[in-house]
Design a protein around this ligand. Sequence first.
Ligand code: ATP
Ligand code: MG
Length: 566
Amino acid sequence: MSTADSRAAIDFIRVIINDDLRSNRFGGRVHTRFPPEPNGYLHIGHAKSLCLNFGIAADYGGKCNLRFDDTDPTKEEAEYVESMIRDIRWLGFDWGDRLFYASDYFEQLYQWAITLIKKGRAYVCDLSSDQVREYRGTLTEPGKNSPYRDRSVEESLDLFARMRAGEFPDGSRTLRAKIDMASPNLNMRDPVMYRILRAEHYRQGSAWCVYPMYDWTHGQSDSIEGITHSICTLEFENHRPLYDWFLDELGIYHPQQIEFARLNLTYTVMSKRRLLPLVQAGIVRGWDDPRLPTLQGLRRRGCTPEAIREFCRRIGVAKTDSVVDIGLLEHCLREDLNKRSPRVMAVLHPLRVVIDNYPEGKVEELDAVNNPEDPAAGSRKVPFSRVLYIEQEDFMEEPPRKFFRLSPGREVRLRWAYFLKCVSVVKDPGTGALTELHCTYDPATRGGDSPDGRKVKATLHWVSAAHALDAEVRLYDHLFTKENPSDVEEGQDWMANVNPRSLEVLAGCKVEPSLAGAAPESRYQFERLGYFCVDPDSASGKLVFNRTATLRDTWAKVQKAEQQEG
Ligand code: ATP
Ligand code: MG
């Protein structure tokens, strides 16, 4: 492989890292971090960042820290820290003993702020937040200097100490970097470094009443931890000059910030700002609702960590924003579940079948293969008896031309069992609705083949009525009706695109008895129906399943069509 080829095979961030390794820029070290703010739950976008940061550390024999970026006491909670830790472990990443909190650096950051004041690079400003905004100017107009910009170093030092000591009301003063009010980059127009805020911090309690801003915290935290490559999403690109300015002015160890495109997915929203109203308005049942792209939602839905990591590998890393088809995530999930899920039989819309020539009271235990993709998974016994349930949609009294499943006079195969022929139907005399089928079976076809070579065109799944367990099954569809939830008519907001049919709850489903006691999060393929997993709402005697995915792979079809065209 030529150098150009091997470069094409890796993403642009790894290209930068390779260059840095060649030039020995960081002494051969590769050290990344994942820096979530504990103000909500992690979602699949965070998974992209996790895979990137921990993946790079693994590829280069480097390290990746977990750091909570906790500088806003009004939004952050210990509960979020715990849930994030749980989710990251579940995804399969390990930060060793390198769990850090930006709030642990508050004292160091405060001392560094004093350093900048002493250098004449920061000052206490008495403008209100509205005035600060007013003075900042716009993209087309330069800002104006604050009247406090040239106050003496001594006065700023004194005021900053008194800010910390709690002498001034919230919002009455700030500490600002003294950079350039005419800079074309608004982030460089004397950005605020500290604000006065009396709020309990979930880790620091009331130790502080001045809190550092994100930009003042992030780069210095990276520096303290010896991060080499500080990878963040594109919206921070025009914060990079400020990131660099702070580190250069302090003259401390200087990591490289690199920006990449955030993940967007069709038919869903990702940012915590949008997930929260869905939870609060009761449109979903909580942060772990299986329709949400949160890691807890995906987990409850039946998604595997392996599928999420494979999805992140396939989408790659780029420098321009794009939207990924949610079908690709489902495709990765099906591929993984196909390999690992035991097959079982379940009937979602039961139709009673009586086999007239099968002896009353007789029960046979038939062998069923657990996973044709995995011989090591072995087989199990499924009970067969005179009364069964099949799927309502597998029967039609007057079948159209291409319907090959059961109908009067027609013979089909029952999976792992016998050939079955429909002889008559029973209807409710009042409503005319179909209530029961009468059938016969051919005892010579046990196991599913006829010794006389007779063929059938369909194989149906079934359960034995006397042995089946009742279950509730929850079917999920996209949370939004439009690929892009923000695509709305004038005057509407994105909530207007919520799919009113994203959840369908089926009661009275029938599943095979081997599922008794199945633990929450156990995953199965229900033959012919899709992948399902046990919901934590299940209790003994009350099974609840979530449909993870159907068997139809729309994404694979699209790919195939594109390949044929191209
Ligand atoms: P949100 O808007 O969902 O709150 P955020 O960027 O505020 O996201 P943080 O907790 O600050 O969330 O993010 C932690 C890390 O995850 C950051 O490095 C951020 O860039 C990254 N990240 C967040 N959302 C995405 C996404 N959609 N795609 C890729 N990376 C993301
Ligand atoms: Mg954030």
